[in-house]
Design a protein around this ligand. Structure first.
Ligand code: NI
Length: 491
């Protein structure tokens, strides 16, 4: 009985060993003779890419890689295209793309697809990215499925999509600004600078618009504005749009100012975004020009910043104008990014105290503390302190004037916006009184005021006013500003 049992165990073990050997045998055998799909796929690579029949060693090696799962169909294709045998043949782009179609899609190229790949190669996209485009497609997936193999993918070091976008972006500038195809050196230079982020979209636009070649073609203002629409907005303008800009220019707005308005537009932001390029238009406010002969007004906004402030900034930016913001403690601390944006645009940042207490009721040291806290918030946001002060409620006395140690800016037009909270009344008050040298008091913490500002800013510009900062107004319409002195306007 015992012996019989041992015999059974031996037979069982024997069967197990045989089975194991058999299974090892079959997997090796399959790669050579029975996994027809793998074999056919590798054969296809030899015939379509290397254009020859396989050698035994090579065929066995490629098949093994696929069968073992070490490499995917995509990686095998990469191996063939990247082999020294293929590379040594110095295949041109056209043949390369045709070969990709035959090898990986099993068909001749269609015209549109073929043209697109060639365009990408011409744009400087490397061949690895083109191969990736093919192996990541559903068409290649279907081919692999037909062979019963794993499709997989390949990795690329170059960001092919970015390279292509930048190329297209630069080409459209040549076409829209210069009316010609790019020269190789120019194209490469612009592309390299954009890819390395040495320049922004707006800086490149500046380079094109103010190049001698473009200026020669845009001597007439009308043409200049239309070219800006084509280059910066990517569209043809309505006649009324052109007329509005020509009106600005007739009132003395320089070409540079008009350009600034364009590169700061939402349309240019969107255009750059669609090419994944930084617009950088906001850098173009520092070169704003002021014409001393033209009337100017300083809009001032108190008690903010607030959630509505970006709307004021947008309206200013779209019209190429600036304002002065007298900020208070908590808001200055909370909305530091708005202060930064305003400052970067060329706006002026003023101190409106920390707690908005009546300064005439505070001691010298209390006033100093109120000033210091908000000044620190401003410094944290923009790296400089406030240049001007508006005391809370505009109240002051000798103690206040001495303690504040900064020019005290009041106003010549009080909109009473905080009281009426009425957009139309705010608009009317400003438009009925606006004259050269005015300082207008408003508050960017009230929604109706911000809606009024959105109307007022373009309307004042249309009426020939330049919107300037308080310091600029003091410079052009007074003798500058003095610490401790009170200013109600410059007219
Ligand atoms: Ni206030």
């Amino acid at each position: 009985m015992k012996n019989y049992k041992r015999q059974l165990v031996c037979i069982f073990l024997g069967i197990c060993m045989l089975a194991g050997m058999f299974s090892m045998q079959t997997s090796a055998a399959l790669s050579h003779y029975e996994n027809q799909g793998v074999y056919d796929y590798v054969l296809r690579m030899y015939e379509e890419i290397l254009e020859r029949t396989p050698d035994a060693v090579g065929l066995d090696d490629w098949c093994q890689r696929l069968v073992s799962g070490q490499e995917s169909g995509a990686q095998i294709a990469y191996g063939f295209f990247n082999s020294s045998e293929y590379l040594s043949r110095n295949i041109d782009d056209a043949t390369y793309v045709s070969t990709l179609y035959m090898a990986l899609f099993n068909r001749t190229p269609d015209e549109i697809g073929y043209g697109d790949w060639i365009q990408r190669l011409n744009a400087g996209v490397d061949r690895l990215n083109i191969l990736k485009g093919f192996v990541d497609s559903s068409e290649f997936e279907a081919l692999c499925r037909g062979y019963g193999i794993n499709k997989g993918t390949i990795e690329t070091s170059q960001d092919g999509a970015a390279v292509y976008m930048v190329d297209q972006f630069v080409r459209r500038f040549y076409e829209s600004a210069l009316n010609r195809q790019p020269d190789a050196v120019g194209l490469d230079t612009w592309k390299r600078q954009l890819i390395n982020q040495e320049i922004s979209g707006a800086e490149m636009a500046y380079g094109f618009i103010f190049s001698q070649e473009c200026m020669d073609q845009t001597e007439v203002d009308d043409t200049y504005v239309r070219v800006l629409y084509r280059v910066i907005c990517g569209r043809e303008p309505a006649n009324s749009e052109v007329e509005a800009w020509l009106g600005n220019m007739a009132q003395g707005s320089s070409r540079l100012n008009v350009f600034c308005g364009f590169v700061n537009s939402q349309e240019f932001l969107s255009l750059c975004a669609s090419y994944d390029i930084t617009s950088g238009g906001d850098k173009y406010y520092r070169i704003r020009e002021i014409d001393p002969q033209k009337p100017m007004i300083a809009l001032t906004f108190d008690d903010g910043p607030s959630i509505y402030t970006p709307r004021v900034l947008d309206a200013l930016q779209q019209n190429g104008q600036v304002a002065t913001f007298f900020v208070v403690g908590t808001n200055a601390s909370r909305y530091g990014s708005y202060i930064k944006h305003a400052y970067d645009m060329g706006c002026e940042i003023g101190n409106h105290s920390n707690s908005h207490l009546d300064f005439t009721r505070l001691s010298t040291s209390q006033i100093a503390r109120e000033m210091d806290i908000t000044n620190q918030y401003i410094y944290n946001a923009i790296g400089v302190y406030a240049t001007v002060t508006r005391t809370p409620g505009g109240s002051y006395n000798t103690t206040v004037r001495n303690a504040v140690n900064s020019p005290i800016i009041l106003w010549s037009i009080d909109t009473l916006d905080w009281k009426t909270r009425n957009t139309q009344k705010t608009i009317d008050t400003v438009l009925n009184h606006a004259k050269d040298g005015d300082i207008v008091l408003m508050h960017d913490i009230h929604k109706p005021t911000v809606a009024a500002a959105e109307v007022l800013i373009p309307e004042l510009v249309a009426r020939g006013f330049q919107l300037v900062t308080v310091s600029e107004l003091a410079q052009y319409r007074g003798d500058g500003l003095t610490n401790g002195k009170v200013y109600l306007g410059f007219n």
